[in-house]
Ligand binder design. Structure first.
Ligand SMILES: [Zn+2]
Length: 371
């Protein structure tokens, strides 16, 4: 090769390397921008029966359950058809998720979702959602910090999500269920307040209101309104990429046998989810780039046993879940799922992390994605 040709070749080679490097940098920026956001929302022990059928006449007609005011419930959630009733109870579910996303678990249509664990109460259920695994050792809500790693702790180790994760929960067991000490992201639960991590005026106001509020369950659990406003404020101001938000009133009021409060709590959670989705869909970085999973930790009994759950209560293993997000359509048809199917709670962790292209891996077996 002549010297001139060599010079030209060297120049060409260097130019190629330079262009390659620029492309790599651009791809990195694009990848960082495009890592999808993930928000998992739970409402404790809310039955599939109300999700798909709305208010249940057999329950609301009983004086011990309607708290002396059934007309309030019939006016608010009544309707001639199942469709009308469920839309009144959960308008965001049935007007938005059922059109843009998917809803699983209508057993009347043989679309079944169950917990894989054999306990049918909260700690085992949340652990199954978050770790993708049924650990038979977990048999108590007082179980110590969860030895099984969860999907958020996994995301905390991924470049795109590191230090962009937070959990807000009404029930004070989530420090343990999510093993806050080893997971590496903040878990604000029970009557803990957001002012421990944010010091702005609004955080302090919400924290003061929580501190001074009526607390029917003392330090064990706060009212959902505080969990919601703390989580929403954190979402808007810190812009995390992954969040867990857990509401508790549906379960508490059901144990009390207060069908009116149970339904109102579910109706309110539906509105909280709408506010989160509306914010995401109007915010750059979140718009068309956010996945939401809504689900519950366990089911409850049928008819008069609706107040209860646990392994001795028939039907309490049956749950439901709902999905929203840009590529949910890749899983299958949008809308209420009507094909015969059996899905399990332990599949949710893999399903959601597959949707955001960061498949969850752990030291324990993880349930397969549902698609
Ligand atoms: Zn319960």
């Amino acid at each position: 090769m002549k010297k001139n040709n060599l010079n030209v070749s060297c120049f060409f080679l260097l130019a190629c390397l330079f262009v390659n490097q620029l492309q790599a940098q651009n791809n990195n920026v694009a990848n960082q921008k495009s890592a999808p956001n993930l928000i998992i929302i739970t409402t404790d022990g809310f039955r599939w029966q109300e999700v798909f059928n709305g208010m249940e006449d057999a329950i609301v007609n009983q004086k011990k359950f309607h708290q002396g005011d059934s007309s309030y419930l019939f006016n608010k959630y009544g309707g001639a058809t199942t469709q009308e009733r469920r839309e009144k109870l959960l308008p965001f579910f049935w007007n938005t998720i059922a059109k843009q996303g998917q809803i699983y678990g209508n057993r009347i249509k043989n679309n079944k979702v169950d917990v894989a664990n054999n306990q049918w109460f909260s700690y085992p259920g949340y652990s199954e959602i978050l770790t993708g695994y049924f650990d038979p050792a977990i048999q108590s809500n007082d179980y110590p910090p969860n030895p099984n790693s969860n999907l958020f702790a996994f995301l905390q180790k991924q470049e795109s999500y590191k230090n962009k994760i937070a959990a807000f929960a009404a029930w004070n067991a989530f420090d343990r269920i999510l093993n806050e000490k080893v997971s590496g992201f903040p878990v604000i639960n029970g009557t803990e307040s957001i002012s421990s991590i944010l010091k702005d005026e609004q955080s302090i106001l919400i924290s003061n209101m929580l501190r001074d509020s009526y607390q029917p369950w003392k330090e064990v659990e706060c009212l959902d309104v505080y969990t919601n406003y703390q989580a929403l404020h954190y979402l808007k101001s810190k812009k995390p990429k992954a969040m867990f938000i857990s509401f508790g009133e549906t379960d508490e009021w059901a144990h009390h046998g207060d069908y009116n409060h149970y339904l109102d709590a579910a109706h309110q959670v539906d509105a909280y989810i709408k506010a989160i989705w509306d914010w995401a869909q109007s915010t750059p970085g979140y718009k068309d780039n956010t996945y939401i999973l809504v689900t519950t930790d366990h089911g409850r009994g049928f008819n008069n046993e609706w107040t209860s759950h646990g392994a001795d209560v028939k039907g309490a293993s049956s749950i439901w879940f709902a999905l929203l997000g840009p590529n949910v359509k890749n899983i299958g048809a949008l809308g209420e799922q009507t094909k015969e199917q059996q899905a399990f709670q332990k599949q949710l962790a893999a399903t959601m992390t597959k949707l955001i292209d960061h498949p969850f891996k752990a030291e324990h077996p993880v349930g397969e994605p549902i698609y």
